[in-house]
Design a protein around this ligand. Structure first.
Ligand code: DLL
Length: 432
């Protein structure tokens, strides 16, 4: 039930002392080793020596995704590359934007924190966890894999995709726990029905879902259809991937691993802390990361602090499920996509006029993204063949640069709605 009970149930006063010490050493480390932080601390005349309480963190500037882009690829690493044993990136970023690095200690800690999340979600060493997240630059697969190994459970690294084979493995290997995105879990359940699988006969007990937003009705549906107890877990690659926070079997908020991450919830407009329990943007400072420490990283994710202690006995505070984003980032099939990335691809394709609209819906259980693109003067063509070729070219580029497949539909000039002179770029019809 607990993986590290002495830490997961730590006395709050002791925790705060530990956080303060770790915060101070993180701030020392970044001010010595990361030019961006050194410069920013100098600008505000800040010396890590002067951190007296956890609230002092509010004096420090935020770190944003833009900072990561500006320092691509290795500018924010706090150790020489020789110390780094692993590189990852945020989902969707096949190329530029984010690269994060882990030292040997970071990888080991990542496994332990993911193991806590698994234990809180019901797993023990007797379980067989099928990890149907991709093993790639994306952190999902590896993170949960290490967690299961640290816990001593058996891992089935099936990775993402290949639906019928996933189902067959669940049946034949007698998988007891499944980790994937919540929408993929529902999709697999449909595939089981198509294949005529008797779900009652499966050994499945636990479902660990994360990587994309979902809802209570989705949880209930997954639980009923797959016969699992479903829990939510949260992570973001800039911080560490899965293992940042996870629900326990009370299913009422995600315990943040507070001995390793200091979190704040701020108003994304004023940047001040929100009142306790109100919704705001989650900001995270890493307390033990060596390779890629982050100070006040703005995740863009909207959540709230769940009031009061939890019946499970863990003393770590809980955040509510992520209900949206403070920026325009979309999560399509679990992959992060910014409309500006779509625009950049279109701009780059000769003749493509970036007047576009992205429509996202759920087809069956899975996300379907369609790009409606206005044909511009130079790509307007009577030739069906040329139009088809253009569409194929755009599809290929989007798939390879954004890691998400789009349907592409060319529409006539000036047919897309303009709102205040700007295209209403995203229509999200998904009901979670
Ligand atoms: O999605 C890490 C992860 C993998 C977490 C597998 C859990 C399970 P990124 O690719 O960097 O990392 O995407 C991070 O995904 O800022 C959220 O917007 C969203 N996200 C992650 N977990 C949840 C969740 C991984 N449980 C971005 N609920 C984050 C809602 C989530 N959104």
């Amino acid at each position: 039930m607990y993986f590290e009970p002495e830490l997961e149930c730590i006395d709050r006063a002791e925790l705060e002392q530990l956080q303060l010490e770790r915060l101070q050493s993180t701030l020392y480390r970044v001010s010595r080793n990361v030019p961006l932080y050194r410069r920013r601390f100098e600008e505000i005349d800040f010396d890590p020596e002067n951190i007296r309480s956890l609230d002092d963190i509010r004096r420090l500037p935020f770190t944003t995704k833009q900072d990561l882009r500006d320092n691509y690829p290795y500018g924010l690493f706090a150790v020489p590359l020789r110390e780094i044993v692993r590189l990852h990136a945020s989902s969707g970023t096949t190329g530029k934007a984010t690269v994060v690095g882990y030292t040997t200690n970071d990888v080991r800690r990542w496994g332990r924190l993911a193991a806590r999340v698994l234990a809180a979600a019901g797993l023990t060493r007797d379980d067989l966890l099928q990890v149907a997240f991709n093993y790639s630059l994306f952190t999902g697969g590896f993170g949960l894999h290490y967690g299961a190994e640290a816990l001593g459970a058996s891992v089935i690294p099936s990775s993402g995709g290949n639906d019928r084979r996933q189902v067959q493995i669940i049946e034949d290997y007698r998988t007891t726990a499944l980790a994937c995105t919540p929408s993929y879990a529902l999709h697999l359940s449909d595939v089981m029905d198509e294949m005529g699988v008797q779900k009652k006969g499966l050994a499945l007990k636990w479902g660990l879902f994360g990587g994309e937003p979902w809802s209570e009705p989705m949880r209930r549906e997954i639980e009923e259809r797959l016969g699992v107890k479903a829990t939510d877990n949260y992570g973001v690659s800039e911080i560490m991937g899965p293992g940042v926070a996870g629900e326990c079997l009370e299913q009422n908020g995600l315990h943040v691993n507070e001995d390793h991450f200091l979190f704040e919830i701020i108003d994304p407009k004023t940047l001040d802390p929100v009142a306790e329990g109100e919704t705001g943007e989650l900001v995270v400072t890493t307390l033990t990361k060596e390779g890629f420490p982050m100070v006040r990283f703005r995740t863009g994710d909207l959540t709230h602090l769940v009031p009061g202690p939890c019946a499970c006995g863990r003393t770590f505070r809980r955040i509510g499920r992520i209900i949206g984003r403070s920026d325009d980032m979309l999560i399509i099939k679990g992959v992060n996509v910014f409309p500006s990335q779509v625009e950049a691809v279109l701009l780059d394709i000769e003749g493509a006029d970036p007047h576009f609209r992205i429509e996202i819906e759920r087809e069956g259980r899975l996300d379907k993204a369609t790009l409606f693109l206005e044909a511009s003067e130079n790509l307007f063509t009577d030739s069906m063949r040329e139009a088809r070729e253009l569409i194929e070219r755009i599809k290929r580029r989007l798939a390879s640069e954004l890691s998400v497949g789009f349907e592409v539909v060319l529409v006539g000039r000036k047919t897309l709605e303009r709102s205040h002179g700007k295209t209403a770029r995203v229509v999200d019809r998904r009901a979670l």
